[in-house]
Design a protein around this ligand. Structure first.
Ligand code: MN
Ligand code: MN
Length: 460
């Protein structure tokens, strides 16, 4: 079953539309390099489009009616958007769900130390990374320091032209005979991923110190004391902006395509909804997917279910049974990236069932590993319904699985929402070098994902 490259179907008008979405997406990526920043940016965009805070309605008790556009800011790390439809919510809603956390390196709670003439911050990586990819590249620090008086200090160093950047050093090739003989997993170890943050000492109480110099700068420039690291969340990410890739500018090289590309396509789809839809439309941007969807902001927490209960309550149509029916009758696309076929590593893929960059939004009936273990495995009837929606919406799509059988695997949030008994299928954009500091996507796939998600949320 040959699938056509989407670029071949585009006229000049389509190409301009593809480029416009890509530009807005790159701006979103640059503004959102952490889950917190993505959440803030999503809410900022939603407010511009007329969405209001569900929490205000809960506090005021104001009724929710068809056509209302609502957002939920969950702990500043997860976001939900709703456009209330004409049909009773009990009959089910259409849901798009993606995640906005990405693999990175987190600063430890007690991080600062001095060694051999440098000051370092100790780290613990987050999500699945090839550690050797994170050395010898410019890095930036993003995050928050929560002070005990309630103040929150935002940290963002390394993105502006004249900002300093940070780095994890690697051993020079001249002395690497032993290192080069190691397995890739051991070339750089987790404890070696420490961030070099300063190199010039100061004299403090007649003692030479670099740590003292760092503490002085943190205090003067940011009002941060060493003790404040205990209650900080600072994430180290690749420094710099997302860029067009290729002479034809058909691709984007960026940090965090997994899964901000699907998150952003969802947002564009939601923002395109005009008037009052038949069914309520929902978009979830979840946190913590990369470490198993755990914690109060991960998809396993009940914030989505709780928001549904609050909304039904304010439409005057809530009961425990109606809520359960609403969840069970809903339909969902679990929007997460897929592994793109990479000719340089062809042996990891089975070509008939691989996702190709440019062939449109990708559907994964199942994910998982070793015999589909841990996967959602969508029903055939549901796949047929979703593919009909894609056909009717003139969406270029392909189907794929994550690499050859028994080569590896992965999971998404699909199985968690399926716990309610709702139909869910995985759908996303194909990515090359997924989880590397810089990942690659094709602009056409982003565009087709946006088109597909819009078609789904309005017509599924
Ligand atoms: Mn993902
Ligand atoms: Mn991932």
């Amino acid at each position: 079953m040959e699938r056509k490259n989407a670029w071949l179907s585009y006229n000049e008008c389509d190409k301009a539309a593809v480029e416009a979405v890509a530009k807005r997406y790159c701006a979103f990526l640059d503004a959102g390099k952490t889950e917190r920043e993505c959440a803030s940016e999503a809410i900022r965009l939603a407010e511009e489009k007329g969405y209001t805070d569900l929490n205000c309605k809960i506090v005021s008790g104001e009724k929710i009616v068809a056509g209302d556009k609502l957002y939920v800011n969950w702990m500043g790390k997860a976001v939900m958007l709703f456009v209330i439809g004409k049909n009773p919510i009990e009959k089910g809603i259409n849901i798009l769900g993606a995640h906005i956390d990405s693999p990175r390196i987190d600063i430890k709670q007690n991080p600062l130390y001095e060694e051999g003439g440098f000051a370092y911050l100790d780290t613990h990586y987050y999500g699945g990374i090839k550690k050797y990819q994170w050395v010898a590249i410019p890095l930036a620090m993003h995050g928050v320091v929560a002070k005990r008086d309630g103040a929150i200090i935002n940290v963002n160093i390394g993105e502006k032209e004249d900002d300093p950047v940070f780095c994890i050093s690697d051993l020079l090739i001249h002395l690497s005979a032993e290192q080069m003989g190691k397995k890739a997993a051991e070339v750089i170890t987790g404890e070696q991923l420490d961030i070099m943050i300063a190199g010039a000492p100061i004299m403090d109480e007649e003692k030479e110190t670099i740590k003292g110099s760092v503490l002085k700068m943190l205090k003067e420039q940011y009002g941060i004391e060493e003790e404040d690291f205990l209650s900080a969340e600072i994430e180290v990410v690749p420094a710099g902006k997302a860029r067009d890739m290729g002479l034809d500018r058909s691709m984007i090289l960026g940090y965090g395509h997994d899964d901000r590309v699907c998150a952003y396509a969802q947002l564009e789809a939601m923002f395109d909804i005009e008037g009052v839809p038949e069914k309520t439309c929902c978009c979830i941007l979840a946190d913590k997917e990369e470490i198993g969807s755990v914690g109060a902001t991960g998809m396993q927490a009940r914030y989505f279910e709780n928001a549904m209960a609050e909304i039904m309550n304010l439409t005057g149509d809530y009961s425990e049974l109606k809520l359960r029916r609403a969840l069970q009758n809903s339909r969902m696309l679990s929007c997460d990236v897929s592994a793109g076929f990479d000719p340089a590593f062809a042996s990891a893929f089975e070509k008939k069932n691989a996702a190709f960059l440019g062939n449109g939004v990708c559907f994964n009936k199942f994910t998982g590993s070793r015999g589909k273990s841990g996967s959602n495995d969508a029903n055939a009837e549901y796949l047929a319904r979703v593919f009909k929606v894609m056909d009717d919406g003139n969406v270029s799509f392909q189907t794929a699985e994550l690499g050859k059988v028994d080569v590896g695997g992965g999971g998404t949030i699909a199985y968690i929402c399926a716990l309610y008994g709702m139909e869910v299928v995985d759908s996303g954009v194909a990515v090359l070098n997924m989880h590397a500091p810089w990942e690659i996507i094709d602009k056409a796939d982003l565009y087709e994902a946006y088109k597909g998600y819009k078609a789904f949320v309005l017509n599924a």
